[in-house]
Design a protein around this ligand. Structure first.
Ligand code: ATP
Ligand code: MG
Ligand code: MG
Ligand code: MG
Length: 563
């Protein structure tokens, strides 16, 4: 039997006005509806009804993970430095890591993702090929000191993630574990009611051969993805650019054709290219020694930048942020000279006439400061910048690609043996010889999924939750002053709760019916049950939150309808 949740006693304060710093609908509405409160930049408190949203997403995730044989564990979030040192990520993660010291001076970090510790856990627990395959997962807060925590819980510095890891002895085993996760993810997002696309992606700092992202289309998203209207091809624009072959050898360019300061500004560049400054932007793909490192893409690429910085030392590298480019879908295509980012650049003869080439500089002194090609580094790598434009040919079938904005809600990786190698994770094989284990890792942003759903499903009146995630099934509004209204509202709520329906009842005294309606619409429970003027005749109104369609029914009819 479920319990009726009375608004009169609930820790809930809705707000009339948008929070001043809110840029996106999910941020605005989750705060206004009283689901979350900001505690620090990118750090959020989930209030009772918000906690239900989070729990509902986590429940669906757990059910589907369990269904593929996943075993839930809980690893610490407070982690020792050594394993991350061994994997190289203590350094690679750069500023993204929250680092701390204990009283004895030992170094720790707050886990941004847990490949290392899971690898060690399996090394400790599994000795034979018979112990594998195994899928382990947890639902846990992760910590990343994001360069720009933004959009409320969409990009937190503390956020709830489901992270899963598979361990297999053979490549075929890994392929199967990967397939199981991919299918589980499809079921999860379908159940959550989240519109999503699966796109091939660049694995970046996580390493490994192949990865796919689950993107939830939404204007507030920080990712741009290419979508083929004809075939099944869909890709993060990073991956599309990656499909463009870099030159086999670094091109040693002719001297700089443009007399610019060492760090040209967007304006200098635009003037030179005779294009509006707004045409110069974003997704900069950098390839270093065959590895792809993305720079200048929205979000946190400190890892890649850190690696880049190491190559360019003593250069200083900074990030071009999403905000610098927000709302500018225009396209730039071309190449940056191989000498690096914002240092003087070159016209590349391989770039078709009429296309622009860019550096990624958006303001003076960003990215790379005081670096001179030939003095500080030599050209042994190619920097490759291509941004996909609507209508560009699909790499699979040639049809014109469409571009969209989306939120990354999940990411699945075939890691291979990178971490097993780092930690010597072997099991005894069937022939009695040690076999190196191969791994996959699979993440879902649980807290981000709540925000992504809010982005996709809200309307001008507020939030509009899919039933699986909603904090309740029915929001009973006692709309009227009379004692009989309140009494009937509580009675109906109790009847529904007895039948297993999750019910909120707005029994607040001294709050007008108008305010109650506005709050109900803001909060977004899928069905409203309004007890008002008809109460004396035992009649109530059932109203669908999304469509607004209402119907007057007797209490019995309404309860029958909802149970
Ligand atoms: P992004 O590109 O948005 O920074 P990511 O690629 O760094 O995300 P992963 O390392 O792939 O993230 O982590 C797995 C999942 O965790 C992501 O797909 C996303 O849903 C979620 N996630 C990552 N960073 C955040 C964050 N700062 N706040 C909320 N959720 C996050
Ligand atoms: Mg990130
Ligand atoms: Mg990403
Ligand atoms: Mg990712």
């Amino acid at each position: 039997m479920t319990r009726v949740q009375r608004l009169s006693t609930l820790l809930l304060k809705t707000l009339r006005d948008d929070p001043a710093d809110a840029e996106t609908a999910s941020h605005r509405l989750l705060v206004r509806a009283g689901y979350v409160r900001r505690t620090a930049a990118g750090v959020w408190t989930w209030l009772p009804l918000g906690k239900r949203l989070l729990d509902n997403v986590a429940r669906v995730v757990r059910e589907e993970m369990d269904a593929i044989g996943g075993q839930e564990v809980l690893l610490p979030a407070l982690l020792p430095r050594e394993p991350y040192e061994a994997s190289g990520r203590w350094k690679d993660y750069g500023d993204l890591l929250f680092r701390l010291r204990d009283r004895k001076g030992a170094e720790y970090l707050l886990g941004p993702t847990h490949e290392e510790i899971f690898t060690l856990t399996v090394k400790d627990q599994c000795t034979s090929y018979k112990d594998l395959p195994v899928i382990l997962y947890q639902v846990q807060n992760k910590y990343r000191d994001e360069a720009r925590p933004r959009s409320g819980v969409l990009r937190g510095r503390e956020f709830l993630m489901k992270d899963a890891y598979s361990f297999d002895v053979t490549d075929e085993g890994l392929a199967e574990s990967y397939r199981l996760h991919r299918e589980a993810y499809v079921r999860i997002f379908e159940r959550l009611g989240l519109d999503h696309r699966i796109v091939s992606a660049v694995s970046g700092a996580m390493g490994g051969s192949a990865s796919e992202e689950f993107l939830a289309p939404a204007a507030a998203g920080e990712d741009t993805f290419a979508d083929c209207p004809r075939c099944a091809y869909a890709a993060n624009t990073e991956a599309v650019t990656a499909a463009v072959e870099p030159p086999a050898q670094a091109v040693h360019p002719a001297p700089c054709e443009l007399d610019t300061p060492a760090t040209p500004t967007i304006e200098t560049l635009a003037a030179h290219l005779d294009v509006p400054a707004s045409a110069i932007l974003k997704n900069v793909l950098v390839r270093i020694d065959g590895e792809i490192a993305a720079v200048g893409v929205p979000g946190d690429r400190e890892v890649d930048l850190g690696r880049l910085a190491a190559h360019l030392a003593p250069a200083e590298v900074e990030l071009v942020t999403a905000d610098d480019f927000a709302g500018r879908p225009e396209l730039v295509r071309g190449y940056v000279g191989p000498q690096g980012l914002d240092v003087p650049y070159y016209a590349d003869p391989r770039v078709a006439p009429g296309t622009a080439w860019i550096t990624g500089a958006n303001k003076p002194d960003t990215h790379v400061r005081d670096v001179v090609c030939g003095r500080d580094f030599t050209v042994d790598r190619y920097v490759d910048v291509v941004v996909v434009e609507p209508g560009d040919p699909c790499p699979a079938c040639g049809a014109g690609l469409e571009l969209g904005r989306a939120i990354e809600v999940g990411h699945i990786f075939r890691l291979g043996r990178k971490y097993a190698d780092a930690f010597g994770l072997d099991v005894l094989g069937p022939e009695g010889r040690p076999v190196r284990v191969t791994m996959g890792s699979y993440g879902i942003g649980v807290s981000r999924a709540v925000a992504a759903l809010a982005e996709q499903t809200h309307d001008e009146r507020g939030l509009c939750w899919p039933r699986e995630v909603a904090p309740a099934d029915v929001h009973v509004v006692a709309a009227g002053k009379g004692g009989e209204v309140l009494e009937l509202a509580l009675d109906v709520a109790a009847l529904l709760a007895d039948a297993g329906v999750r019910v909120l009842v707005d029994d607040r005294g001294g709050v007008s019916a108008g305010v109650k309606f506005a709050d109900a619409e803001l909060m977004g429970v899928p069905t409203l049950l309004i007890v008002g003027r008809g109460a004396a005749r035992g009649r109530v109104e059932l109203r669908d939150r999304r469509s607004g369609a209402g119907e007057e029914l007797t209490v019995e009819e309404a309860v029958a309808r909802l149970t």
